[in-house]
Design a protein around this ligand. Structure first.
Ligand code: FE2
Length: 362
């Protein structure tokens, strides 16, 4: 992982140090937990830092700050695959409202009221589930929020909050795609055009850990990657989410107040022919003493977008490492429904491709 540290000090450009110091400490009401609990659930897995990207600096009018920020984003895109996004401009009340709506939706006294969303009709755009096994312990809700918005009608304030949240997160998504395009050396609409993000298929996935049911193991959600460009995630408390670094170590994710955690997904890896990897992540529920709500959005290409390694990432040393297909075909390839959004990255890998070795010597 090149340039990760300078003299054992995490590499953070000056403009980002400034941003970290300026994070609003008054907006931490739902993003903190008692320090004893924080220490218990966040026993270090690795001392890897989680990079912080300052959204405002990516679009700064100061050319030097913007250039430094994009250079750091380029490093994060290729060497990490995850980061905390701060100063993104989404009001903290937008987060509070959607988390409150989710909390009320997962009313422990009305689990049976949610069972109608458990159906397996392929046309369903709202899916609910309750899992309790060694591999998975969570109650979850998955809804398609773009191009068409869906949400359970009750509680009414949840639908209003989720629609507002989804609109704001789409603005962040499109801007971040522009910045990532620039960071990778292309015109700012490069990723947006390649994946037809204007018609992107976005699925909102919210989880309650541990579920409103007896938990049976230490895993909330087993190791996986997600389809799409990237996942944006907020949560009510820190604790449990872990990402796998490029050098194979699990990293505890601790989010600064009001930040958005970004996890790169399969279709960025496919588009860039493996240059920007999809990040493996998981949720550990441990002894189940910490209740946590996560709210993530899987920002995907258009269902009709045919995604394959782009020619800009191909040469003699980097042949296509992935088979192309439409996003809809990808989502359906594992036999799951589109809204169930399972990864099938292993299925589209081209066998005996040596591109990974090539990137190691870049
Ligand atoms: Fe995920």
């Amino acid at each position: 992982m090149a340039n990760k540290t300078l003299n054992n000090v995490p590499y953070v450009p000056n403009c980002l140090s400034e941003a970290i110091n300026n994070i609003d400490s008054n907006s931490s009401s739902i993003m903190t937990m008692p320090s004893d609990d924080l220490i218990r659930v966040n026993k270090p897995v690795d001392d890897e830092i989680v990079p912080i990207i300052d959204y405002s600096m990516l679009f700064s009018n100061d050319p030097e700050k913007r250039s430094n920020s994009l250079r750091y984003l380029s490093h994060v895109c290729q060497d990490y695959g995850f980061f905390n996004l701060v100063n993104h401009g989404v009001s903290h009340s937008v987060f509070e409202n959607v988390l409150k709506g989710i909390s009320d939706f997962f009313d422990p006294t009305d689990v049976d009221g949610r069972r109608p969303y458990q159906g397996k009709n392929p046309t369903d755009r709202i899916r609910w589930g309750l899992s309790s096994s060694l591999e998975e312990n969570r109650e979850h809700l998955k809804v398609a929020v773009h191009p068409q918005f869906h949400c359970p009608p009750k509680p009414a304030h949840f639908s209003v909050a989720l629609e507002d949240y989804s609109k704001r997160l789409r603005e962040v998504e499109l801007d971040l795609a522009k910045a990532m395009s620039r960071a990778l050396g292309f015109e700012e609409c490069y990723i947006e055009k390649a994946l037809n993000l204007k018609s992107g298929f976005d699925v909102f996935v919210t989880n309650l850990y541990p579920p409103n049911f007896k938990s049976e193991g230490s895993m909330g959600l087993a190791d996986h990657t997600d389809p799409g460009l990237f996942v944006s995630l907020i949560q009510d408390v820190n604790g449990g989410l872990q990402v796998l670094s490029h050098d194979g170590k699990w990293v505890d994710v601790n989010m600064p107040p009001s930040s958005i955690f970004i996890i790169f997904s399969d279709h960025l890896e496919i588009l860039t022919n493996g240059k920007c990897k999809s990040t493996v992540h998981r949720v550990v529920v441990g002894d189940n003493k910490v209740k946590r709500i996560s709210a993530s959005t899987l920002h995907g290409p258009s269902l009709e977008a045919f995604v394959k390694p782009a020619m800009e990432f191909l040469d003699d040393c980097h042949p296509p490492g992935y088979r192309g297909m439409t996003y809809k075909q990808y989502l359906e390839a594992t036999g799951f429904h589109e809204v169930d959004v399972k990864s099938c990255l292993q299925q589209v890998l081209v066998p005996n491709n040596d591109k990974n070795n090539c990137y190691l010597v870049d």
